[in-house]
Design a protein. Sequence first.
Lengths: 186, 522
Amino acid sequence: MLKTLTLFLFLFPAFPRSAPCQEGVFLKEEEAPKAVFPEATAFERRVIPSDAKLQETIKQRMNPAKTSFWEPSYITFIAKKGSSIVGYAAIVEETGKHRPITFIVGVGMDGKVKDVALMVYREPYGGEVRDERFLAQYRGKDLKAPLLPYRDIRNITGATLSAEAIGRGTKKALALIEIVHLQDKK
Amino acid sequence: MKTTITVLTLLLFLPAVSFSQQRDTAAEIRELREKLERLEKKMADEEAARAKKMEEEKTAIAEKVKTDVMSEVSTKGRSFFGDMISQTKVGAYGSLRYGTSNLADLNNSFTFRRFVLTTDSPIADRLKAYMELEFERFTRLEVEKSLSPALGGLTSQQAIESTNRSEISLEQAWMQYDIADWLNFRAGAILVPLGRFNINHDDNRWDLPRRSLVDRGVPVLPTTSAWPELGAGFRGDFSVGRQGKVSYEWYVMNGVTLDSEIEQISQTRSGDTTKFAQEIELRPSRGTFSDDLKSGKAIATRWAYSPWLGDEIAASFYWGRYTPDFLPNHPVFSFALDGKKTWGPFEIEGQYVNTWWSGVSRVARGFASRALASESEGEVGDVETEIEFELANLATRKQGYWVDFRYRFWPEFLNQTILGRHFSNPQLVGTLRLEQVWFKDLIKEIAFIGGALTDFEGESRLLNRVTLGLTYRPVPLVALQLAYEYTRTNSGKSLAEVTNFLPARAREFFQHALLVGLAFGF
């Protein structure tokens, strides 16, 4: 018994070291846009106030999917490579089971998801939604995609609510960026 | 002449006047320039001040947004307990069921299977606690006690009012320190990581309204799920390649032990004496949360490999002494294989468990030598008193599996009905569950007198069950379930001998049951 315990404890240092744990702060605001646009050389930060008109427009764009509108404003970024714009990013929050999940959604000039990165995860369970293999599923999706577990997103057992929340938030970010940034380009 | 002199004088003085005027103009220009420069400087200063102010305002707005978001976050993360435990969240899950059966002694009935209160609390960065308190079929527990002088002596009275098959149980209560993704330390009342059901046992996660035979109805696990033990250990996960992931749990704990259950029976019998009996059953139970009855500790570990999202295969084992110190030292060893495979809307999920109870006959002999007599009875007047000792629920080996075949679907036309109109991702889930359990040397009869074993009989049995179910999930945490079950054991033998939930009579060896269940969580 004691031998097993000792062996186990000695084996641990051989394990690969990786990033911090299930819940916590994984990305700060200043690091977040680089996580979804690693190729960008500069980011222009813009704060978009969330007023009733904007919320209504987002709601229409997302329909029939529903989302929450409790952010007083949205922090967005214009990602630039040299002098040209390569895309946009927005920080959004959606409640999982009990607590809000904060994440950034990068959107390309084609209006499709470039990448999603988790910034803060607060639930005690379901932290696997931070895994690259889960978030990779959102790449290339647009506003028309359901972004729902068991539809176009592979679920994680015990994290269905978190997976649904990330889908809702991603759609909210897609709609926001389309309204605020991409509409003028079209 | 006079005129000439005047003209000459004027001509003489004019340049002087002109020069003087030029000098004044230059001074004025200089003054104007200086004024202009002062004005420009003032404007530049004002512009700089304005820009500085704007920058400060912008920073202030950004900070305010951050503060607002954070305060909103903290408001959203606050429970009704207020600031004292502002980060603690209270949740719950529960389930109830209506069932009919062909068994003679099993009435159709509503059953409140359980209501479980959960709390989770991020105590500090990387430090969290979690708790589950279960109320199983529980409605009421009332105790009345009195101690008073009466009839020239002292009278002590105690009355207990409670409900049938009720239980209050602490299912989980642990604290975890997250050292890294791959290394988290957890201590407290921990779910034993044997198979996949015990660690994912919340009723609303499953699509059938009854738990599996392997985990609950027999069980093949050393004791019934949900199975917590008091202990400590490590858990974590790490990536293997781009898609793969390995997760593990490893704990040292008190572990399962043979513990007593006392049953009191008061019985009036037609044409016979009134009987007062006490049956003391020694059966495998979850380990104590108090002083352990045995010196040895148990270990359990589960290692799971997920090659990609949605699929997983895992192996787990449990090993530990199950006998109290007053009985011979023997361990129980369990191992389990479990996994899940997903193909779009199809899923296969299953678990196999094999449990070996070592030295059962030796334990029986030890039990006989300690308990002396399996049955003692006496009769005074019209009252017969009996005390019985039994060794229950032990077999040399139990093994079994369950496998679920699921298909998730949602016909679009249902979106216009009450089933779909108000929900963003409702689902229907069809499930077929197949289960089998094999018993080797299941204790059938044990008798002893004067500390010596006089009868010890075991038998090999088989138990099968097929369940077909359809579940409607309006949201992930709520399931409305409908299921048909067919359960069968060896022909002519009772289902009651091999299950812990079917009150079958002596020769009732099969059951047809129809179940309607509701499971919920919040």
